[in-house]
Ligand binder design. Structure first.
Ligand code: PGA
Length: 249
C-alpha cells in the first residue's frame, strides 16, 4: 500500500508575523478531517512558533527549513533540531538545493543534519535533485541516487524520513519534468531506498518538488511513487496551497 501523501509548504525566506493569517485561512479551508494527505508548513525559523500556534487545533504540522548538526553550542546564527522541536516543529527540511548551493552544503553535512533531526525524534525531509547541466548530460539518476547514498543517515525509517526529489532547474522557474521523467526518477529513488532499507523502503514518502501549483498538482501527484509534494512559491498563499492539498488523490 502506498504511504499516506504529504503536502509540505516551504516558505523559504518569506513571511512576517502577519502571515499567521494565511495559516488561519488554510485551517478554515481544510475544515475538520476532510483531507486525503498530511499537511506541513515550514516557515522561516522566526515564525515556527507563530505558525505552530496558528495551526493549533488542526492537522497542519509545522517544521524548520534547516538545522545545525549539533544540539547547542557556539554556532552563531544557527538553530538546532531541538530548538525547532521546542517551538512546536515536528519536521525539518535538510539539504535543500538552495542550502547546497548558497551555503556549500555537501552530502556529508546533510547526512549529519538529518541524523540530528532523527535523534531529536523529528522527521527529516532530505532533498535531492539534479542541475540542468547534469540532466542534459543524462546523469539525473546517478546524481540523485548518489545524493541519497550520501545524505540518508543511519537510523532512517519510513516513519522518520521523507525524500524530496526537486530538479534544481524546476525550482521557482515554472518548468517541470514530464510525468514520465518524474516516474522514472521516483522509481530509481524507491529502488535505492529498498536497497538500503529493505521492505521498509516501500513506506518512505518520496515527494516531488519544483514549480508545483494548483494547475499541475493533480497530474504530478498521480504519478506512481509520488507520495506528495514539496511546494515553494505556491505555499505562500492559502488559496494556492489549498488548491494543491485538494488535488491530493
Ligand atoms: P517552488 O519551490 O515550488 O517555488 O518551485 C520548491 C522548493 O524549492 O521547495
Amino acid at each position: 500500500m502506498a504511504p499516506r501523501s504529504l503536502i509540505a509548504g516551504n516558505w523559504k525566506m518569506n513571511g512576517l508575523r502577519a502571515s499567521a493569517a494565511e495559516v488561519e485561512d488554510l485551517k478554515a479551508r481544510m475544515g475538520v478531517g476532510a483531507v486525503n494527505c498530511d499537511v506541513l508548513i515550514c516557515p522561516p525559523a522566526t515564525l515556527i512558533g507563530t505558525v505552530a500556534s496558528a495551526a493549533g487545533g488542526s492537522v497542519i504540522a509545522t517544521g524548520g527549513q534547516d538545522c545545525h548538526p549539533a544540539k547547542s553550542g557556539a554556532h552563531t546564527g544557527d538553530i538546532s533540531a531541538q530548538m525547532i522541536a521546542d517551538m512546536g516543529g515536528s519536521f525539518v527540511i535538510v539539504g535543500h538545493s538552495e542550502r547546497r548551493s548558497d551555503h556549500g552544503e555537501d552530502d556529508g553535512l546533510v547526512n549529519a543534519k538529518a541524523k540530528a533531526v532523527l535523534d531529536e525524534g523529528l522527521i527529516a525531509i532530505i532533498c535531492v535533485g539534479e542541475t540542468e547541466a547534469e540532466r542534459d548530460a543524462g546523469r539525473t539518476i546517478e546524481v540523485v541516487t548518489g545524493q541519497i547514498q550520501g545524505s540518508l543517515p543511519e537510523g532512517g525509517t519510513a516513519a522518520n524520513t521523507v525524500i524530496a526529489y526537486e530538479p534544481v532547474w524546476a525550482i521557482g522557474t515554472g518548468r517541470t519534468p514530464t510525468t514520465d521523467d518524474v516516474a522514472e526518477t521516483h522509481a530509481a529513488i524507491r529502488a535505492e531506498l529498498k536497497l538500503r532499507l529493505g521492505s521498509e523502503g516501500d513506506g518512505v514518502r518520496i515527494l516531488y518538488g519544483g514549480s508545483v501549483k494548483p494547475s499541475n498538482a493533480a497530474e504530478l501527484l498521480s504519478v506512481p511513487d509520488v507520495n506528495g509534494a514539496l511546494v515553494g512559491g505556491a505555499s505562500l498563499k492559502a488559496s494556492d496551497f489549498w488548491g494543491i492539498i485538494a488535488a491530493c488523490p
